[in-house]
Design a protein around this ligand. Structure first.
Ligand SMILES: NC(=O)c1ccc[n+]([C@@H]2O[C@H](COP(=O)([O-])OP(=O)(O)OC[C@H]3O[C@@H](n4cnc5c(N)ncnc54)[C@H](OP(=O)(O)O)[C@@H]3O)[C@@H](O)[C@H]2O)c1
Length: 250
């Protein structure tokens, strides 16, 4: 029986829950990291509890994450060998830098950058024990074009890509491969967002789609296809890269 496993953060999110379902269908063991809500993963987990373990946690809490992950791994005997890190905080306040509340700004950096450090540090321990690991981090096209009224999000996404580049060199000798996938607009369910944030996103998307040669948002399948390859045995040489999925828009 296969005892390797994939860790997915943001597993109740749009992209994360799609990945969880796809990898479950491919027969993988899954450790799903969720935050406040669980509605998108509930049915999957209920029906398949022997293949899926859920950790509910704020990723900015390092100690708790370390303890909870260790508990799941001890209980299942799984050997995690892949990490897909989709969890993110967003710039919901929609404020320019000069109007930003320092605490809200810091919170986005904390979840997105410190949270990325935390999940990488806790996960690398297991990958290194087995001298085997592949990682996909989620950035965004805003890491190269910026995001007006979203400096914290834009800064954190650029930071994530640079963590990936750095880690690829630090961990190459341990047979650990890491890449960042940076999409432009993705077609998602935005019903949980506030009306003002939905409007902000809609206007931003309309503007970006006008400049996108392929004239549509990325689908979950567009993103899954690339990530599946990067995490597969077929990828033994591509590491430290940032891949933009933007329908031809630079
Ligand atoms: N959607 C797009 O158009 C787009 C475009 C470019 C890049 N991306 C990137 O692609 C990735 C996936 O996007 P998505 O649309 O699937 O995002 P999403 O639906 O908003 O999901 C993000 C997930 O992160 C979780 N999360 C937030 N704060 C957390 C914390 N402190 N600790 C642990 N988990 C936390 C959220 O949980 P709760 O809801 O329970 O708080 C949520 O399930 C993200 O990294 C995003 O930046 C998305």
């Amino acid at each position: 029986m296969k005892n390797n496993a994939i860790i997915i953060t943001g597993a109740n999110g749009n992209v994360g829950s799609y990945f969880a379902k796809k990898y479950y269908e491919l027969g993988e063991n899954l450790i799903l990291i969720v935050h406040k809500s669980e509605h998108r993963t509930k049915n999957l987990v209920k029906d398949h509890s022997d293949k899926i373990k859920v950790i509910q946690i704020d990723l900015s809490d390092y100690s708790n994450l370390k303890i909870k992950l260790a508990r799941v791994i001890a209980k299942t005997g799984w050997k995690p060998d892949r990490l897909i890190h989709t969890a993110t905080a967003r710039s919901h306040a929609i404020k320019s830098l000069s109007d930003s509340d320092p605490e809200l700004w810091k919170n986005i950096i904390n979840v997105n950058l410190v949270g990325t450090f935390n999940i990488l540090k806790t996960t690398l321990k297991y990958f290194k024990e087995n001298s085997n690991g592949k990682i996909v981090l989620f950035g965004s096209n805003v890491s190269r074009i910026g995001l007006p009224k979203g400096t914290a999000y834009a800064a954190s996404k650029a930071g994530i890509a640079n963590i990936g580049r750095t880690l690829a060199t630090e961990e190459a000798a341990n047979n650990i491969i890491i890449n960042t996938v940076s999409p432009g607009p993705i077609k998602i369910d935005d019903s949980q967002f506030s009306e003002s944030y939905r409007k902000f996103r809609q206007e931003y998307y309309e503007e970006k789609l006008r400049e996108t040669p392929l004239k549509r948002c990325a689908s979950f399948q567009d993103i899954f296809g690339l990530c599946e390859f990067l995490l597969s045995k077929d990828n033994s040489y591509i590491t430290g890269e940032e891949f933009f999925i933007t329908g031809g828009k630079i």
